[in-house]
Design a protein around this ligand. Structure first.
Ligand code: SF4
Length: 79
């Protein structure tokens, strides 16, 4: 099965092309994504499988949002 590439915080950061921390950031997010929860009935469930708990998305303090063509078009069209 082909895995779908997931967008991350880094995807939308203007520092991405030159960032030396992106691999650590993505590894940290991967660690959060793979957390397993031990339940009272002795089963183990992936934290991501609880559809009533919002996924934890880490935030990098150095994040700087990349300006896209769409942003520029929205600002000129008044939307
Ligand atoms: S500064 Fe932070 S959010 Fe931006 S690319 Fe680097 S690790 Fe990712």
């Amino acid at each position: 099965m082909r895995e779908i590439a997931r967008e991350t915080r880094c995807t939308h950061c203007e520092h991405l092309p030159v960032c030396s921390m992106k691999e650590q950031f993505l590894a940290a997010q991967q660690a959060v994504d793979s957390v397993q929860v031990n339940l009272a009935d002795r089963t183990i469930q992936s934290l991501r499988s609880f559809d009533w708990i919002r996924p934890v998305e880490l935030e990098c303090v150095h994040f700087s949002r990349k300006i896209t063509k769409r942003d520029l078009q929205s600002s000129t069209s008044g939307i």
